[in-house]
Design a binder for this molecule. Structure first.
Ligand code: SUG
Length: 446
């Protein structure tokens, strides 16, 4: 059966800004209050999508959410017209306005966890939107994400959707950023690796001491149950707590995998050998290729600065793979040298590196892998999904034109209170739902 991995990238929204909202995410904290450029951010993302689509990879988009989220402000007791709500929150608590204005849904690796049909008990593709409850600005994403995923993957013969987990830190779930699926080919049964930062119901278990662990073991186990994954299809691994304290707020900042290849840092997991042995055991005949990056070649700090592991690992053909990395990887010397050695070394399948300028997103801690949600699909499932979000040449040029007409090229924190920004954003999103044909998914449309 023909099956493949599709990437759904988050289209950057018109309110993209730097508000320093993510304690534990070093880039977000260090760029707080800088002016952003939403137009450039959206174009940088589109350029990466188009380049990968042109190379033959299946590529689609997820739409930005409604921001500022006036509905969320109303739930917090702000009343009056939309303009009055904005004026009140800007005066009483501008930090809340920043939070409800974040374009953070662009990092679709956090949109949800997807289990392909080859792995699940009922043979359907399963989706669970992530509750993202570790940060308020992200906790308001899942209702729209769920509506959007249902609009795109609506055919119940092939797709099954679950609600986000209970919104408490004990079930903190950050979606695919802590989930990697290994397999021989995409259609056959695979093994899903869930990496967690804390065992929430066991206070004596190891956990980071400085920054919060966003993903809990119990959340990962719940997703596996909901998706109908058996014991033989799952591996649960603790992320090394000290790496979370060093700024590795998701596993996808320290490891990336594709098919039977795991590219990982020596310090990614608390019990590396046990993880590798269990993965190999459950993969059976399929040989796991584990490509380790040793600490003495690339420190955890350089991995975080460069976002080396927040790369996309993509098949070029049956035997070789390509790494799609952010430009910062060529700016950090240890990482740049490592990449040169990696592609020369024929003992691993990675023989090409493609570099993209994603600075606008990187300044908030989002690299190439954060910007995409992977969905492994068979050809039949691909045909059953909503086709209007698939990146064709035509959609690409329409989206560029749409960005040119609706986006600002500079946004500072003070601009978030501008009622005109809300009007512009809603107009843009309303047009986008028509352009992609996804239907009404935003609170202002419902
Ligand atoms: O959740 N940054 C995001 C970055 C998410 C990256 N995703 C993955 N690694 N998969 C976060 O911390 C910063 C927003 C601000 O500060 O304005 C932010 O939300």
């Amino acid at each position: 059966m023909n099956a493949f991995e599709m990437n759904l990238d988050g289209l950057v929204g018109p309110t993209h800004n730097y508000a320093g909202l993510s304690y534990g995410n070093i880039a977000s904290l260090s760029n707080e209050s800088e002016a952003s450029n939403p137009k450039e951010a959206a174009k940088q993302g589109l350029k990466k999508m188009k380049a990968l689509a042109d190379m033959g990879f299946r590529q689609g988009i997820l739409l930005p959410h409604e921001r500022p989220a006036i509905w969320a402000l109303r739930e917090l007791g702000f009343t009056g017209s939309d303009a009055e709500v904005l004026a009140k929150v800007a005066k009483q608590n501008p930090a809340i306005l920043s939070a409800v204005s974040s374009a953070s849904c662009m990092w679709t690796a956090n949109a949800g966890t997807i289990s392909p049909s080859g792995d699940t008990a009922d043979g359907r593709v399963h989706f669970t939107a992530a509750n993202l409850n570790a940060k308020f600005h992200r906790s308001i994403e899942h209702p729209t994400t769920t509506r959007m995923l249902k609009a795109i993957f609506g055919d119940e013969r092939h797709f099954s959707h679950h609600n986000a987990l209970p919104a408490v830190s004990f079930f903190g779930d950050e979606g695919a950023a802590n989930h990697t699926r290994f397999c021989g080919d995409y259609a056959s049964k695979g093994v899903e690796l869930f990496v967690y930062g804390q065992e929430a119901f066991n206070q004596n278990a190891p956990r980071p001491t400085i920054f919060p662990a966003r993903q809990s073991l119990e959340a990962s186990q719940a997703i596996a149950r909901l998706h109908g994954l058996g014991e033989r299809e799952t591996v649960f691994a603790l992320q090394k707590p000290e790496t979370i304290d060093a700024g590795v707020f998701h596993n996808d900042v320290i490891a990336v995998g594709n098919r039977n290849v795991l590219f990982y840092h020596q310090k990614a997991f608390a019990e590396t050998q046990a993880v590798l042995i269990e993965l190999q055991d459950k993969l059976g005949e399929v040989p796991l290729i584990a490509v380790k990056v040793p600490t003495d070649e690339v420190s955890v700090q350089d991995a975080v600065r460069s976002y080396l592991f927040n790369s996309q690992l993509l098949n070029l053909d049956d035997d070789t793979m390509m790494l799609v990395v952010p430009g910062e990887c060529r700016e950090v010397e240890s990482v740049s040298h490592f990449l040169d050695r990696l592609i020369e070394d024929s003992s691993n399948p990675i023989n090409r590196v493609e570099v993209f300028d994603l600075k606008q997103s990187m300044r908030n801690g989002g690299g190439p892998a954060c910007l995409r949600l992977r969905v492994a699909l068979t050809e039949t499932e691909y045909q059953a999904m909503h086709q209007g979000v698939i990146l064709t040449d035509d959609l690409f040029s329409r989206l560029n034109d749409w960005v040119d007409r609706h986006y600002r090229d500079s946004l500072a924190q003070a601009d978030l209170a501008d009622p005109q920004l809300l009007i512009e954003s809603r107009q843009a999103l309303d047009e986008l739902t028509r352009l992609t044909g996804v239907g009404d998914i935003y609170p202002f449309q419902l």
